[in-house]
Design a protein around this ligand. Structure first.
Ligand code: MSP
Length: 492
């Protein structure tokens, strides 16, 4: 038995949960469920990132207190995760008292140990964009969109000595002590680090950003929202600074989209090195979704709300689609048309149909009698129990393990669907409706084999489509088949 700590990023509450957030969270949920299934002790965290200027400004525009605004938005996230059947162990909000306290502890620690110094924060303001730019956003010192040289703003700030970690970090990443996947992403990070890590401003003047955690040693400043946000991965474990960190530390996998890899591969591990804490084992980076080939954005009005999809297609159909359609790690495209096609082809015709046909035939031809699945624990069979009672070969389980550990979700689903199609073919070739007339012994064997295949398929599906898989296992648990409505009604 081992521990497994998995995190999603914590999401900004200025947007309602959308398909991009849902993507990371569903993938993390699949891993968490899989690890629970094989008996690991799992800690799966997610949450919301609630400080910073963006949120401050939106709340002001809505004439609300920032806290009040955040409280409202958090409800939407919690509701979305409930609808998507996300089994997180802890949901952290960065406005929680314990998080604030620990962040201040870390700030004092960094200050006392000379990791922080007072300097200047230089920012670049592009009037064309009406936005502050990072130096790294500029091309030859100019705004890439307007070609103009931005105004330079300078203000007093505290800086974190990130530059001193440059070589140490490069070494950790090169040697995969901090594993970054897919591989292209690792190379990207290494070449960025090689270009030089600069010290990073970690505070803003309160006159500019008041919606943030106050620096314990200088109350005129609040902390940069990313420092506050990254610490969530520590504070969610209940760590308060001086005592020993929980046994779950370090994270086994941290999931994120490609836009936030750089900060997770530089600032984040540098902070941990400064704190003398072990680095995460592995950062896994997924791609971006476009919608009908277009970038998803508020101005285009093409933001996809996962709850609306769940209401039409059901939770498991959405979970299936989003992981089946695109290779995790690559960019992909979402469209309602593709969702409908896959729903009707893979779920209604292949899986739903298989479950239904066997159920009806067992009920008709065998008076509903099937071999009993002996299940020790209350609800679900463990991998060992299942292996003992069905015909799943050890090699199959090994293959499944390997693909899950490589986060090849699309390949796993393709592989499971091969089994579904094979079982449907077996129905066609063995023709139970003829066997019932002339070969009852063979009929029983064929139907029992099919029941085993279905249970096996359901077991592999448990992390991906938990409700559907449980339903299937319950139908076929024995000693008598339980009749159920079709799993996936056709959608036209
Ligand atoms: N608050 C920060 C993370 C702090 S973690 C210490 C943040 N939040 S976010 O709400 O903007 O986005 C979080 C996640 O959603 C990222 O992993 C990002 O990649 C993902 N996505 C946002 N839009 C996306 C798509 N269109 N497609 C896929 N994922 C995308 O960044």
């Amino acid at each position: 038995m081992s521990k497994f700590y998995i995190t999603t990023p914590i999401y900004y509450v200025n947007d309602k949960p959308h398909i991009g957030h849902a993507y990371t969270t569903i993938a993390a949920d699949v891993l968490a469920r899989y690890h629970r299934l094989i008996g690991d002790v799992v800690f799966f965290s997610t949450g919301t990132d609630e400080h910073g200027k963006k949120i401050q400004q939106i709340a002001e525009a809505k004439k609300m207190l920032p806290q009040q605004f955040c409280d409202g938005m958090v409800k939407d996230f919690k509701l979305a995760w409930q609808k998507l059947n996300i089994s997180y162990d802890k949901f952290i909000r960065t406005t929680q008292k314990d998080h604030i306290k620990t962040t201040q502890w870390v700030l004092s620690y960094l200050y006392q140990n000379n990791y922080l110094y007072k300097g200047e924060y230089q920012s670049f303001y592009c009037v064309g964009c009406e936005q502050y730019k990072q130096k790294s956003d500029l091309i030859k010192g100019r705004c890439p969109d307007h070609g103009t040289v931005p105004e330079v703003h300078k203000e007093e700030a505290y800086l974190f000595r990130m530059s001193q970690f440059q070589n140490c970090l490069a070494d950790f990443i090169k040697k995969d002590k901090l594993l970054i996947e897919p591989k292209e992403r690792k190379n990207e990070v290494l070449s960025f680090i090689k270009g030089g890590l600069e010290d990073i401003a970690i505070s803003r003047r309160k006159t500019d950003v008041y919606w943030g955690i106050t620096l314990p040693f200088d109350s005129r400043h609040t902390v940069y929202v990313w420092l506050d946000a990254l610490l969530n991965y520590l504070t969610v474990l209940g760590w308060s600074g001086d005592e020993k960190i929980s046994e779950f530390w370090p994270p086994d996998v941290q999931l994120m989209g490609k836009d936030i890899l750089r900060i997770h591969a530089t600032f984040w591990p540098s902070l941990l090195l400064a704190l003398n804490l072990p680095l995460p084992q592995r950062l896994f980076v997924h791609g971006y979704f476009t919608i009908n080939g277009q970038k998803m954005s508020k101005s285009r009005g093409n933001i996809i709300d996962p709850i609306a999809i769940v209401e039409k297609y059901g939770t498991d159909a959405f979970r299936y689609f989003i992981l089946r359609e695109v290779s995790f790690g690559k960019d992909g495209d979402f469209s309602m048309e593709k969702l409908k096609q896959r729903y009707n082809a893979d779920l209604v015709n292949d899986l739903g149909n298989l479950v239904q046909r066997i159920m009806v035939m067992v009920s008709r031809y065998l008076k509903g009698k099937i071999p009993v699945l002996k299940i020790e624990k209350a609800e679900l069979p463990s991998i060992r129990e299942l292996q003992e009672q069905t015909k799943i070969a050890a090699a199959e389980i090994k293959k499944f393990d390997k693909l899950v550990n490589e986060l090849k979700f699309d390949e796993i689903l393709v592989w499971i669907w091969q089994k579904v199609r094979l079982a449907n073919q077996l129905v066609e070739t063995s023709k139970p409706w003829i066997l019932v007339k002339n070969n009852p012994q063979k009929l029983e064997k064929v139907l029992n084999d099919l029941v085993s295949s279905i249970v096996e398929i359901a077991w592999f599906l448990l992390p991906f489509m938990p409700e559907t898989a449980e339903k299937i296992i319950n139908i076929y648990k024995g000693p008598k088949i339980k009749l159920e409505k079709p799993l996936f009604p056709r959608i036209v």
